[in-house]
Design a protein. Structure first.
Length: 299
């Protein structure tokens, strides 16, 4: 499923009849290729086409997440997808208001549509996360959403590191850094919260004034470490903007435990683990080669 025409034909088979005339493709997602196209009334639609068969297995879980978070995010006028079509080969829904802060070209080059180090964005992100993280583990459990305790989060990282270390050659420096991180009690939260898991500008929509209007791609959402929603902010904007986000987060009711900032940095530094797991899932030669370089850099 590699062309706009293919995606539009697939959509037509499930209901929405769309035009290829002004359709666009967004390749930013690792799990889905996204096509945007309009129907006869001019309404824009989002078509999410799974890149692999295993991606479809998570659709039911993502539906439960969306049902849980939609009314909570709406309290701050932030929209989430309302799936009109859900099948193993396609998800389709009316486009949310706003435009993503980051997109990728067909060749994988990043195009920014906002300033990642904007203090205004840092504040808006902090408020957004405070709202999302206000959903309790108990509410998530009732909704059928995956819930991980702090101990389970920590053990999952141990397991992931062990799996990656078995499959790849990992530099001694990384191995030692990960060992110290896992043993540092100050980094790990006493209580987990409802998280998105991949909050970064490709999944955040903005209006022309910079207001956040929507959040996309809840594939990895679950109750987990709050730092997982802050690590990309550190990676893209640095220490100062991470602190600005945390300040706004705390003012909006978020719980900032002493090790939260350090944990956000650790999670960013641990991104090679996530990519290696992705490479093991796809089995693609280029993915495996990229992961190998990330885990054992020559320089």
């Amino acid at each position: 499923m590699s062309t706009i025409a293919d995606a539009i034909a697939l959509a037509a088979a499930h209901g929405p009849h769309l035009s290829a005339q002004d359709a666009t493709v967004n390749e930013a997602g690792l799990d889905y290729r996204v096509v945007m196209a309009s129907d006869a009334t001019g309404r824009r639609w989002v078509l999410r086409v799974p890149r692999r068969a295993d991606v479809s297995e998570g659709m039911a879980a993502e539906t439960r997440v969306l049902d849980l978070v939609a009314p909570v995010m709406a309290e701050d006028s932030v929209a989430v997808p309302d799936w009109q079509v859900r099948s193993p080969e396609l998800i389709a829904y009316p486009a949310l208001p706003g435009a993503p802060g980051l997109t990728l070209t067909d060749t994988g080059e990043i195009t920014w549509h906002m300033d990642p180090v904007s203090p205004d964005y840092a504040v808006r992100l902090g408020r957004l996360l405070a709202r999302l993280h206000s959903i309790t583990p108990e509410q998530a459990e009732v909704a059928g959403v995956e819930v991980r305790t702090s101990a389970q989060v920590r053990q999952a990282w141990r397991d992931d590191i062990a799996r990656v270390s078995e499959a790849f050659t990992v530099s001694p420096a990384l191995t030692e850094a990960w060992r110290a991180w896992l043993e540092d009690d100050t980094c790990w939260p006493e209580r987990t919260v409802m998280t998105h898991g991949e909050i970064y500008p490709a999944h955040v929509l903005f209006d022309e004034e910079g207001t956040i209007t929507g959040v996309l791609d809840w594939t990895t959402a679950r109750v987990d470490d709050p730092a997982r929603d802050l690590s990309a902010q550190y990676g893209a904007a640095g220490e100062q903007m991470l602190q600005a986000t945390l300040s706004a987060y705390e003012q909006a009711g978020g719980d900032v435990h002493p090790g939260l900032a350090a944990q956000a940095k650790h999670l960013w530094d641990a991104s090679p683990i996530g990519y290696a797991l992705y490479a093991l899932t796809t089995g693609a030669e280029t993915d495996v080669a990229t992961a190998a370089v990330m885990l054992n850099p020559k320089d």
